[in-house]
Design a protein around this ligand. Structure first.
Ligand code: CA
Length: 213
């Protein structure tokens, strides 16, 4: 499960996006104004933002600029009716990761979102791995043993297996296929183990599974 912030002021688009993303197992936060989007992103950091450009108060570029200015590096996909090359260039210049024009195909949008989430998780996992390979004494980390994960967090054996796969950057669908479980079972394990680990997004899982040496 990923937390996706949808910033969209047209109710029909917002509802369609919410329904489509929820069916994929994502937790959707909705914002219809730029200020609301920034407030939500600050309080409930999303794993990905789907960002409309034409908003009632400030435009989507303002939201993107503010997010990046605050150091928020989560993937941002701009979803806009504006199809001018200059808008796309401006979006990417400000730090967008993808740009889709309306009207859009739901399947293509979902595929692009999955690709962005996968890339973000892999990069978070790579960061965790590079932290663990730093020389001892320089804040290096070691992976926690299964016993420690059981004792510290009360994880079950299955949750430990799923947690390490999340730390590797796998999606729920990939974990389900690797472990021969249903998508919904993996989603339940993911929700429960993230609760036990006290993390609100998947990219934070790898960090919690390691301890300073
Ligand atoms: Ca709009």
């Amino acid at each position: 499960m990923h937390r996706i912030l949808v910033v969209e002021d047209t109710p029909a688009f917002a509802e369609a996006l919410e329904r489509t993303l929820a069916l994929e197992g994502h937790h959707v936060l909705l914002a219809t104004r730029a200020q609301e989007a920034l407030a939500r992103a600050a309080h409930e950091p999303p794993d990905l933002v789907v960002l409309d450009l034409g908003l009632p108060d400030r435009d989507g570029f303002h939201v993107l600029r503010e997010l990046r200015g605050r150091g928020n590096e989560c993937p941002v996909l701009i979803l806009s009716a504006r199809s001018l090359e200059s808008d796309k260039v401006e979006g990417f210049r400000l730090g967008a990761d993808d740009y889709v024009t309306k009207p859009f195909g739901a399947l293509e949008l979902l595929a692009r979102i999955s690709a962005l989430l996968r890339r973000a998780q892999r990069s978070a996992a790579a960061t965790a791995v590079s932290l663990t390979s730093r020389p001892a004494g320089a804040g290096s980390l070691r992976p926690l043993a299964d016993d420690e994960l059981r004792e510290r967090f009360g994880l079950t054996d299955r949750q430990i297996t799923v947690a390490w796969q999340i730390a590797e950057g796998c999606t729920n669908a990939e974990i389900a296929s690797r472990l021969g479980l249903s998508f919904y079972t993996v989603r339940n394990h993911t929700e429960q183990l993230m609760g036990k680990l006290g993390v609100s997004n998947r990219s934070a899982v790898a960090r919690v599974l390691h301890a300073p040496v």
